[in-house]
Design a protein around this ligand. Structure first.
Ligand SMILES: Nc1ncnc2c1ncn2[C@@H]1O[C@H](COP(=O)(O)OP(=O)(O)OP(=O)(O)O)[C@@H](O)[C@H]1O
Length: 273
């Protein structure tokens, strides 16, 4: 017999095994005050996300996905319940959580390298200047921006800016990566390219990732589990689908897998009811 704690599992003989839970949302609640009275967006939302897990979140527009993600990021106060990273309650933003938004909001007059360095300098103040530059350059290389280190953000296309956004988030080496529809504004070709880049870096680093998407195929391709949120008000987790495809995966292997259309149908059925 064993009992579980937030930080770990205590076995019968008292040995504590490290918990596999990275992110723990319990009885989460969010109320927005409005001129017409309180609007309860989320209520009793429970979700545990494991270390090295990639979870995608889908749900109807306005159900509260961004609200949930922004609370995990510490950018939006919690009205009730708890959010913990490795057992530590979230009290505000922190370097343990990296965020990639739909629009990467870079400093337009700074170069790609300077934009990535902004975060790196903050998170690794004791590393040498050369080391910090190496980290920033490594991730810019990983997102395919070797030739654009010294290009100013305003000179970059939207897809290239989002590549910088991805490099910036990974470069601070967070424990959890939070992605809010990062490819929502991109054309489908660029979207596919960036999905491949994201998953390639993720395969190597296995940072726990939580990503909101409206795209069912993207949700399946990237995730270990797809979490479905009910429609608001008082949204919560409606259903969770385990994606059994082996990693690393290719788009082709996913599309050709017998289970692909079963997964797809499950998600579409949920969204249509
Ligand atoms: N600051 C705010 N004050 C009042 N209501 C808000 C506020 N922010 C969001 N809302 C409302 O809360 C609900 C959830 O918004 P949220 O952006 O979290 O949904 P979402 O699921 O991310 O939507 P989408 O898929 O369209 O991005 C919506 O009805 C929205 O209008």
């Amino acid at each position: 017999m064993s009992t579980t704690t937030v930080q770990g599992t205590i076995s019968e003989n008292g040995i504590v095994f490290p918990s596999k839970v990275m992110l723990d949302l319990s009885k989460l609640k969010k109320i927005y005050p409005t001129p017409k009275g309180d609007y309860v967006v989320l209520e009793d939302l429970d979700l545990q996300i494991m270390k090295e897990e990639f979870v995608t979140i889908i749900g109807h527009s306005g159900c509260g996905k961004t609200t949930m993600l922004s609370m995990i990021a510490g950018l939006n106060p919690i009205s009730g319940g708890n959010i913990a990273v490795l057992g530590n309650p979230v009290k505000g933003p922190g370097p343990d959580r990296g965020v990639i938004f739909q629009s990467p909001s870079l400093m337009p007059w700074m170069t790609a390298l300077e934009n990535v360095l902004l975060g790196v300098n903050k998170v690794f103040p004791h590393a040498s200047k050369v080391e910090r530059k190496d980290i920033a350059k490594y991730y810019l290389h990983k997102v395919g921006l070797d030739g654009a280190f010294s290009k100013r953000a305003l000179e970059l296309s939207q897809g290239m800016q989002q590549r910088v956004g991805i490099a910036r988030a990974f470069a601070i080496k967070p424990k959890v990566l939070l992605l809010d529809e990062p490819f929502g504004m991109l054309d489908s070709l660029t979207r596919g390219e960036l999905q491949d880049i994201l998953i390639e870096i993720w395969n190597r680093e296995k940072i726990t990732a939580v990503m909101i998407t409206h795209d069912v195929d993207e949700a399946i391709f990237l995730a270990d589990r797809v979490v479905m949120m009910t429609s608001g008000p008082r949204a919560k987790i409606g259903d969770i689908l385990d994606i059994g495809f082996e990693r690393p995966r290719t788009r082709k292997s996913v599309l050709e897998h017998d289970d692909y259309y079963t997964y797809r149908k499950h998600l579409i059925d949920f969204l249509e009811h």
